[in-house]
Design a protein around this ligand. Structure first.
Ligand code: WQD
Length: 339
């Protein structure tokens, strides 16, 4: 199929693009490079062995987006494009609502105008809110504690409502747990814009010498070692989940389906730090710090639904995630080249 991948030069979008091409699909990337660099594209083309069309576009611009679809002849859309930094969203709520909701509404309008019915949407475990008991299951209610999270809750609702209005739609809501890791070549990986928020890129930057040490946010959680636990998922397993979901959309009769993409296994901050020290052979100095507002003790998936309905299971281990992240970070200490 001919797939439009919005945000395709980003961390998850780039890894998914490679797996879509390997699965025989044709990929067109739409990205405004606000949180990624054009230099990713050359690496993607050398890794995939095929030229990859891309469009630099503001997806909140309805006319521009419609023109893209008018000449696109897309069979499906995988929609990654969006802002995703929790702290930034608290400081800039209007930009988050305008960008995340605006781009999705614009893509959906263009899909409707051009008869595109298949959509895989990048959602997040963040929609389970801060009161859900782990392991999280798809029928749980959704809520949020920050504007970024609310944009995901609202976009899911928009898509469920669209599925009622147009039962011919085939929409997959994929709730990512904590994506980490990198392509095993080490030539693409996570390259956060500005100061990272997430644990793994921070740990990797300490290991490679870009940062002096890591603050451990909270050591008094009700967990075995007192630090918070998350369901870290290798980005290659996550990418495979998108290929499987896309295939399922060609088979299901459901207008909208929701799947957790996680391993089902929790890992604590301290466990991740020591796994990374082992994988990199580097010291990771840490200092205990107060809990980060909004953080919860445990967040991990019940992945049974994706396994049963998509035939998808995460296969990579924490050690794989650390080894692959280290290969990427040590080969690219400053991330992708600017140009
Ligand atoms: C993981 C653990 C921190 C940094 C966030 C978003 C979520 C999703 C994934 C987009 C937590 C601890 C972190 C540090 C630390 N993003 N930590 N020191 O918070 O589970 O989820 O990213 O969809 O929406 O909320 O991931 O990587 O930020 O934190 O101790 O310097 O590491 O407290 O326990 P999180 P994270």
């Amino acid at each position: 199929m001919r797939i439009l991948v919005t945000g395709g030069s980003g961390y998850i979008g780039s890894h998914t693009t490679l797996q879509l091409i390997a699965a025989g699909h044709e990929v067109v990337i739409a990205d405004n490079f606000s949180r990624s660099k054009p230099s990713v594209l050359g690496r993607l083309e050398s890794l995939s062995g095929v030229p990859i069309k891309h469009h630099v576009i503001d997806l909140t611009d309805q006319d521009e987006t419609d023109r893209l679809f008018a000449q696109g002849a897309f069979d499906a859309v995988i929609h990654f494009a969006g802002l995703k930094a929790v702290g930034e969203s608290v400081a800039m709520p209007l930009e988050y609502y305008a960008n995340n909701l605006g781009s999705t509404l614009s893509v959906l309008a263009a899909m409707r105008a051009h008869g595109v019915k298949k959509l895989v949407f990048s959602s997040s475990a963040t929609v389970y809110g801060e009161d859900a008991p782990a392991p999280m299951r798809e029928p749980f209610p959704t809520s949020a504690t920050n504007p970024y999270g609310w944009t995901k809750v609202m976009q899911e609702q928009m898509l469920r409502d669209l599925g009622v209005a147009d039962p011919e739609m085939r929409i997959a809501l994929l709730r990512y747990f904590n994506p980490v890791g990198a392509h095993q070549s080490g030539t693409i990986g996570e390259d956060p814009h500005g100061v990272p928020n997430n644990l793994m890129p921070l740990v990797a930057q300490v290991a490679v010498g870009r940062r002096a040490g890591l603050q451990v946010f909270g050591t008094d959680y009700p967990t075995p070692d007192g630090t918070a636990r998350r369901d870290y998922l290798h980005v290659e397993d996550l990418a495979a989940g998108h290929v499987a979901a896309l295939k399922k959309l060609g088979e299901t009769q459901e207008p909208v389906s929701t799947w957790n993409l996680g391993t089902g296994r929790p890992t604590s901050v301290r466990e991740m730090v020591s796994a990374f020290a082992k994988a990199s052979g580097r010291e990771i100095p840490t200092v205990d710090a107060p809990r980060r507002p909004g953080d919860i003790a445990d967040s991990y998936a019940d992945p049974a639904k994706a396994q049963a309905e998509l035939g998808w299971v995460a296969t990579r281990t924490i050690d794989d995630m650390c080894a692959d992240t280290w290969r990427w970070q040590s080969q690219n200490p400053d991330g992708f080249p600017e140009a």
